[in-house]
Design a protein around this ligand. Structure first.
Ligand code: ACM
Length: 525
């Protein structure tokens, strides 16, 4: 009799569990990425219907649009406080939530998303979007009840997109902004210039883009952003709490400029054999007296081009480019590159970086450079981005610079996952999804501790990346692991994350992301 009762109890528990498969009630068992700071589950559900009223203390039409797109419902919008439905509430008393944090309280009859700043409302709504599971035609859309309190670990959570080696349209960049911001990243660093292409209109030096932007790796047609395009990207990003950080890579990685203006060209330039431009010759760089510009370049060698202080036009060029870029960039940062200047004499390199630093400051911005800038007279006014040399990065920190952590062996998204990956390079490493997740910025480099670190950034260089599908294949899912490193509290483990990432499959599918199905993860679809 006792056994029968026991069997009956098991049977009932199984039925209840089966019924609940379509209606999850445990908020803590969700697959939210990045993992929130705290989740308290209360075991019931909120039911979302076409009749749900959404109330907001401010107008956030984009948030309501995303909720509608995800559920297929059209919600009623009202203002004022809520006794039922969903309330987005900016609360000036909620200091404890900081500038990006939020509190999401889900009860059976209402959902309240509270934040001190609008960015917190944006991030809380991204969490809410992940909690709404797809429902088939006759299923209800339910959200498990409980409270989520959440705020970021690091201030800087970014990705870099190289639009020089291959050019990407404004629409492609907007799509990338949609995806990174959904995972609570707040910086998009645009690598706007390199040997292969100059991608931003500079009105005082028009040939930079008009000629320097006409090709790309492999010899395609290239392209560039007008200043109006750039402002459109900046505004789109700002609406999603993403700061655009523009990079003009100097003094090396500069052939596109040397090809546009003979006045910048250094007669010592030794052109690599691998990528002489062989396309149409109707457009030419501007000849300065007898000095010819270089040819355009479509290969992938690095470190062979340089600006030269012996050319009278050079500093005028630097000053004009930085001034125009500062004028169209509302964010506080300008990135001046500074990496791999293999043919720039060290003395001259240092004079360049010191000059960039002065001019960036004179234009009201803070200078960022790759870690090699540690060789110059930098201080706490500058930010150094670590990618390869721990010595340079530690030296930058010792000089007082804040550090952005982008270790190439961990977070270079253009590295192949393994030797069979169809695109990507492997000069830094093959980087599987577990490798890119399993590291801690605060202990990665000797001499760089938590207090030096501004945050993390995952660069996507585009030598082998030609379209949106390629971008997503290399970035996802590694990028969302980096987003979690930047956002979530310390104490992460791969074993826990890999299960959550597997459970996140349907959400990636719903976002339409072309992600790499790593064999390290059990994808749940
Ligand atoms: C770099 O990868 N050259 C910063």
């Amino acid at each position: 009799m006792k056994n029968l009762r026991f069997l009956f109890l098991i049977f009932t528990a199984c039925i209840v569990a089966a019924c609940k498969q379509g209606e999850p009630t445990n908020l803590a068992a969700g697959s939210i990425i990045p993992k929130p700071v705290s989740i308290t589950a209360t075991g019931k559900v909120f039911e979302l219907t076409a009749g749900t009223v959404i109330r907001t203390t401010h107008a956030w039409p984009a948030l309501v649009d995303s909720l509608e797109a995800l559920t297929g419902f059209t919600f009623k919008l009202e203002t004022g406080s809520a006794t039922s439905g969903i309330l987005f509430e900016l609360d000036s008393a909620a200091n404890e939530l900081g500038s990006e944090g939020y509190e999401l309280t889900i009860e059976p009859k209402k959902i309240v998303l509270r934040a001190h700043h609008a960015a917190g409302i944006f991030y809380g709504s991204q969490t809410l979007l992940q909690l709404i599971k797809p429902a088939s035609a006759n299923q209800k859309v339910t959200i498990p009840t409980g409270v989520i309190k959440d705020f970021p670990n690091y201030a800087w959570r970014g990705s870099m997109l190289d639009v020089s080696r291959h050019f990407f349209s404004v629409a492609d960049v907007k799509r990338y902004i949609d995806l990174i911001s959904h995972y609570k990243m707040n910086v998009l660093h645009l690598h706007l210039t390199d040997d292969q292409g100059w991608r931003i209109e500079i009105k005082s030096w028009p040939n930079l883009a008009q000629h320097g932007g006409t090709t790309q790796v492999g010899g395609g047609k290239g392209g560039f952003y007008t200043q109006a395009h750039y402002k459109e990207i900046v505004a789109y990003a700002a609406a999603r709490y993403v700061t655009i950080v523009p990079e003009i890579d100097m003094p090396s990685h500069i052939n596109a400029a040397l090809a546009a203006y003979g006045s910048l060209n250094n007669s010592d330039t030794k052109f690599p054999k691998d990528g002489m431009y062989t396309g149409p010759a109707e457009t030419r760089g501007i000849v300065d007296g007898k000095i010819k510009p270089t040819n355009l370049y479509t290969g992938i060698e690095v470190g062979w081009s340089t600006l030269s202080l012996s050319k009278p036009a050079t500093l005028q060029f630097v000053n004009d480019v930085i001034r125009e870029l500062a004028e169209i960039t509302p964010g506080p940062y300008l990135h001046i590159g500074g990496d791999e200047a293999h043919v720039t004499k060290k003395e001259e390199y240092i004079r360049f970086i010191n000059h960039f630093s002065e001019i960036v400051k004179a234009n009201g911005k803070q200078m960022i450079g790759w870690e090699e800038i540690a060789q110059a007279a930098i201080d706490s006014n500058s930010i150094a981005q670590h990618w390869a040399s721990e010595e340079h990065a530690a030296e930058a920190a010792a000089k007082g610079a804040r550090i952005i952590m982008s270790p190439s062996k961990k977070v270079y998204l253009d590295m192949q996952y393994d030797s069979t990956t169809r695109i990507g390079l492997h000069w830094a490493a093959y980087i599987e999804v577990d490798e890119s997740y399993n590291w801690d910025p605060a202990t990665r480099v000797k001499g760089i501790t938590r207090q030096h670190i501004l945050g993390v950034e995952a660069p996507l260089w585009s030598e082998t990346v030609t379209n949106r599908a390629d971008i997503e294949y290399l970035a996802f899912p590694r990028l969302i692991g980096v987003a979690e490193i930047g956002w979530s509290p310390d104490g992460r483990t791969w074993d826990e994350y890999r299960v959550r990432l597997g459970n996140h499959t349907s959400h990636l599918n719903r976002l339409g992301v072309n992600f790499y199905r790593s064999p390290k993860v059990d994808w749940m679809d």
